[in-house]
Design a protein around this ligand. Structure first.
Ligand code: FHN
Length: 596
C-alpha cells in the first residue's frame, strides 16, 4: 500500500499555506471562538448519541486463526502484518450499507447525534481521501460512506460527527511502530510529516462533511504531545468556531475515567469510557461512551449484550449526573447493524418516545443517592423528573433532600392527573403514586416546585422494623466517591478508595445491638481493615473472602450499645487504602441483643 506522493506533496503545499494563517495565540486562543455555552448548547441538550465503529476489521468479525476475542484492534491483538491486513481491502464491500436506515435507527432511538470512525487506529479511511489510497476507494465498494451518512443525518435532523484516531498503525511516518512489528522499518519515518498528513485529512473531513463534533482518540502514545494537542485544538477552532472537540485531542485525560486533569488541557468535554462517574459533575461537560456488548467493532461471537432495560437506566443515570450517553454500534461487513443492536435501539426509542422530556435538556440532579432511582432537573422550568426504577409497593414514593414548596406533582405520561403529596418536612417529600409503574424500566414522576431549586443534604433516616431490628440497605446509604450503588447486585461497589458509606438511624429504644454485615469479596482482595462506627462506638473488622464479588455472606461484627433514643450515624469506612477494592457491601443489620 502506498501513500500517493504526488497527492501528498500537492496537499502539503496547500496545507502549509493554510498553516501559515495567523493561528490563535497560545492555547487560550479561544478568543475568536463562539462562547463555550453557545457552542455547547445543542450538545448539552442532546444528552444521547450513537457511536459507530466500522472499518476493515468488520471483515474478520473478531476472529483470527481460531481466536474469537478480537475486534477493531485485530491488526494489533492478532499481530497481523500490514501486507496481510491489506488483504481485507478487496473483501470490504458492504453492499447492504444504507445510510438512511442507520440515521433513522439513531433518530428513532432518540439519539440526537452520530459519531462515526472516519479513521480508526488501523489507518483505514471511510471516505475517498486525496492523501492516501488506504481508503474506501481502495475497496470494491468505493462509495463515500461519510458523505452518505452526513446527508442521511441531515435528512433526519440529527448531527453528523466524526471520530478520528491520532494513532495510525498504517501510515509509514507514524511512530512508534507496534512492538511486535519490528520488521517494519522506521527508516525515513517523519512524525511531523505524519501530523501534517493527519491535519490534511482533518481538513478534508471538515470541508467536505462539516462534522459537529471531532471525537479524537489514540492520543496516549508518547509521540503525541500536550503542545501538539493544544495546537491542533486551536487549529480546528480556527477552521470552525462552532466545532466541538473532545478532550482526547490533548494529553490531559485521566485514562478510562475520562476527565481532564486540569483546565490547561484542551478539549470541550470529558470522555469516561465504559463507565459512569459515581456522582454528578455540575458545570462539567462529559460523555460516557459504551458498547452494547463487549466490543466496539463487530465481533460475531460476542453474545454479551446489555439488556435494553439496563441501557435505558444507564442513559437515565448519566443524564442525572449531567452527562451525555454515546452508545456504540459495530456494523457488520455487509453494512447492516447487528439485529441485537437494532432491537435495543428500538426498545430505547419506545421508552424515549414517552420520556424524552425527562432526558433532553436536563441538568445534573442536586440530590445525592435517592432510594428509588435517579433524578434529572430542568431548573428553568422549575421541574424535577423522578426516574423510578423500583416502583414502591406501598405506593409511597419518597424524595429526600428537597427544600422547595411544591406546585404540582404528576406522572410524565399523565400530566392532567395531579398526584397527592406531602409538603417536604425535613427535606422528605412523599408522593402517592398509582398501583402500576407507567413506563418500565424507568417511570417518571414530575415534581413542579416553587422558587429556586434548593436541595438539602439528606441522609436517609432508617427506622426500626417491628421487631426492633434496623436493616441498613445499600440503596439507602449516602456514599462518597468512588463508591456507587450497583442496582444489578443490590450492593455498594467500586469501593476502590478511602471512601465511606453513611446511614442515619432513628432509634427509639436504648439497649445493646449485635451488628451484622452482608458483604462479598474475592480472596485476592480480602483483608482490608475497616471500621463500623455506630454513634461514638467503633467495631473493627476486615473484609472477608466470600468467593467473588457476587457471593455475599452475613458476618457478625460484635455488639454496640445505643444510649438515649435519638438519631445515630452509622458509618463504614476503611482504615487503610484498599489494594484494589474494600468489598461489595449489601447491608448492615442491627439486632437488639435481647430480641426474641
Ligand atoms: O482503542 C480505542 C478503542 O478501539 C475504541 O475506539 C475506544 C472507544 O472510545 N477508544 C479507545 C480505547 O480507549
Amino acid at each position: 500500500m502506498r501513500y500517493n506522493p504526488t497527492r501528498i506533496v500537492a496537499t502539503l503545499i496547500l496545507l502549509s499555506l493554510a498553516c501559515t494563517l495567523p493561528l490563535h495565540a497560545a492555547p487560550s486562543g479561544k478568543k475568536d471562538a463562539a462562547p463555550d455555552d453557545a457552542r455547547m448548547e445543542w450538545w448539552r441538550e442532546a444528552r444521547f448519541g450513537m457511536f459507530i465503529h466500522w472499518g476493515l476489521y468488520a471483515v474478520p468479525a473478531g476472529e483470527w486463526k481460531g481466536k474469537t476475542n478480537h475486534a477493531e484492534w485485530i491488526r494489533t491483538t492478532a499481530q497481523i502484518p500490514l501486507e496481510t491486513y491489506n488483504e481485507f481491502l478487496p473483501q470490504f464491500n458492504p453492499v447492504k450499507f444504507d445510510a438512511e436506515a442507520w440515521a433513522k435507527a439513531a433518530h428513532d432511538a432518540g439519539m440526537k447525534y452520530v459519531v462515526i470512525t472516519s479513521k480508526h487506529h488501523d489507518g483505514f479511511c471511510l471516505w475517498p481521501s486525496a492523501l492516501t489510497d488506504f481508503d474506501v476507494e481502495g475497496t470494491p465498494f468505493k462509495r463515500d460512506i461519510l458523505k452518505e451518512l452526513k446527508a442521511a443525518c441531515d435528512k433526519e435532523g440529527i448531527r453528523f460527527c466524526t471520530y478520528h484516531s491520532i494513532m495510525d498503525w498504517h501510515h509509514p511516518d507514524y511512530l512508534p511502530r507496534r512492538k511486535w512489528e519490528q520488521t517494519r522499518s522506521t527508516e525515513g519515518a517523519d512524525y511531523a510529516r505524519y501530523v501534517a498528513y493527519m491535519k490534511g485529512q482533518l481538513k478534508e473531513i471538515m470541508e467536505q462533511y462539516d462534522p459537529a463534533v471531532m471525537w479524537f482518540d489514540g492520543e496516549w502514545e508518547g509521540t503525541w504531545t500536550h503542545a501538539m494537542g493544544q495546537e491542533l485544538y486551536d487549529h480546528l477552532r480556527e477552521m470552525d468556531p462552532d466545532l466541538i472537540i473532545n478532550n482526547r485531542v490533548d494529553k490531559g485525560r485521566r485514562g478510562m475515567e475520562g476527565m481532564s486533569k486540569g483546565a490547561e488541557y484542551a478539549g470541550d468535554f470529558g470522555t469516561p469510557e465504559q463507565r459512569i462517574p459515581a456522582k454528578g459533575l455540575p458545570g462539567v461537560d462529559w460523555e460516557s461512551c459504551m458498547t452494547m456488548n463487549h466490543h466496539w467493532g463487530w465481533n460475531k461471537n460476542d453474545a454479551g449484550w446489555k439488556s435494553s432495560d439496563d441501557l435505558v437506566r444507564k442513559l437515565v443515570d448519566i443524564a442525572s449526573k449531567g452527562g451525555n450517553f454515546l452508545l456504540n454500534i459495530g456494523p457488520k461487513a455487509d453494512g447492516t447493524f447487528p439485529q441485537e443492536s437494532i432491537n435495543r435501539l428500538a426498545a430505547m426509542g419506545r421508552w424515549m418516545d414517552l420520556n424524552s422530556e425527562a432526558i433532553y435538556g436536563t441538568v445534573a440532579s442536586p440530590f445525592g443517592t435517592v432510594p428509588f432511582g435517579r433524578v434529572t432537573a430542568k431548573p428553568g422550568e422549575k421541574k424535577l423528573f423522578l426516574h423510578v426504577f423500583e416502583w414502591p409497593k406501598d405506593r409511597v414514593l419518597e424524595l429526600p433532600g428537597l427544600a422547595n414548596r411544591i406546585a404540582r406533582v404528576h406522572l410524565l405520561v399523565d400530566p392532567d392527573t395531579a398526584l397527592e403529596h406531602s409538603s417536604p418536612e425535613e427535606g422528605l417529600l412523599r408522593i402517592r403514586v398509582p398501583e402500576q409503574p407507567p413506563t418500565a424500566p424507568s417511570s417518571v414522576v414530575v415534581v413542579e416546585y416553587v422558587g429556586e431549586l434548593a436541595a438539602v443534604p439528606y441522609v436517609p433516616m432508617v427506622k426500626a422494623n417491628a421487631d426492633g431490628t434496623f436493616e441498613l440497605k445499600a440503596a439507602q446509604a449516602e456514599v462518597t466517591d468512588p463508591i456507587r450503588y450497583e442496582a444489578a447486585r443490590d450492593c455498594l461497589g467500586y469501593w476502590t478508595g478511602m471512601a465511606k458509606a453513611t446511614w442515619l438511624i432513628d432509634h427509639k429504644k436504648a439497649g445493646a445491638y449485635r451488628v451484622f454485615i452482608t458483604q462479598a469479596c474475592t480472596a485476592a482482595d480480602a483483608g482490608t481493615a475497616y471500621t463500623v462506627r455506630v454513634g461514638k462506638q467503633e467495631l473493627k473488622a476486615t473484609a472477608k473472602a466470600t468467593g467473588d464479588w457476587t457471593k455475599f455472606k452475613k458476618l457478625d461484627l460484635g455488639v454496640v450499645r445505643l444510649a438515649a433514643p435519638g438519631r445515630v450515624e452509622v458509618v463504614v469506612s476503611p482504615d487503610q487504602a484498599p489494594s484494589f477494592a474494600v468489598m461489595n457491601l449489601r447491608s448492615l443489620q442491627l439486632v437488639p441483643v435481647n430480641s426474641p
